[in-house]
Design a protein around this ligand. Sequence first.
Ligand code: SIN
Ligand code: MN
Length: 261
Amino acid sequence: MRLTDAQIAQFRDDGFLILPALFSPAEVAVLKAELPRLFAERRPENFREKKGDAVRTAMALHLRSDVYARLVRHPRLVGPARQLLGGALYIQQVKVNAKEAFSGDVWQWHYDFATHHGEDGVPEPLALNLHVLLDEVNEFNGPIVFIRGSHRRGAAPATLDTETTSYPLWTVDDATVAGLVAEGGLVAAKGPPGTVLIFGDTLVHGSSINMTPWPRTIFSLILNPVANALTRHQRPDHQHHRDLSPVEPLGDGCLLAEAAP
Ligand code: SIN
Ligand code: MN
C-alpha cells in the first residue's frame, strides 16, 4: 500500500494521519481472537491497570502470537512507514493498549520521543507509531487525542511520571499543552475497527479514561530506522526490542491466508 502525495503532505503538516477502515472486519476478527489468550497470561509483558486487574497494555505480541508476527510485517503498515522514513526499519515495540470498558485509565499528555530518547537513548525523533483500531473508537470510549501540529515544537520539556498510572511515562506539562492546543487544536482519532493511525515521535497525544461499556482496544507498532537505533538498554526488551533486523513486508492477504485451517 502507498500513501498519496496529499496524504504525505497532510502527515508533514498535521503530524498524523487517520486512514479509516484500512483493515477489513474479517482481518480485525482474526486479530481480536488472539487477545483473550494473550491478556490472560501472567507475565511482565502484560501491564495491568493501577486499580483492578484489567490489562492496560500487552507487549511483545509478535513474539507471543503467529497472527501478530504477521501483522507487524503487514504491507499496509510497513509500506507507508517505508515511504515516510525510507530504508531499513526495525521493530521497536509491539503492543495492544486495551482501555477496558469502565476501567481503562488515562494516558497523560506525552510524546513518545521523550521516552525513546530519555530511556533508550534514541538519537533522533524519527520513529513512527502505526496503530490499528481493533474496536470502534468514538468520542466516549477514550479515543487517542492528537494536538495538531505539535510535532513541530520538537522535543518539548517532559518529566517522568511514575505515579498517575501503572505505566511510567515522560509527560508534558499543562502550560506547554495549553500553548500547543491554542496553536493547533485537538483531533480525536475516531473510526471504525480496522482504522489505521500513523503519527510521529514528537506529536503530543493522550487519552482520557474509558467510563463507557465499550472496550477500546488499539494495536500499536513502532518502527524506527536501524540507523537511529537505541543506544541504551536499561528498559526490558519488550519495551524496546534489541533485534535490529530490518522488517520485510509479507503479502497483502497475510492475515487471512495463513489464518485458514
Ligand atoms: C492510548 O492507547 O490511548 C495511548 C496510546 C499511545 O500513547 O500511543
Ligand atoms: Mn504514546
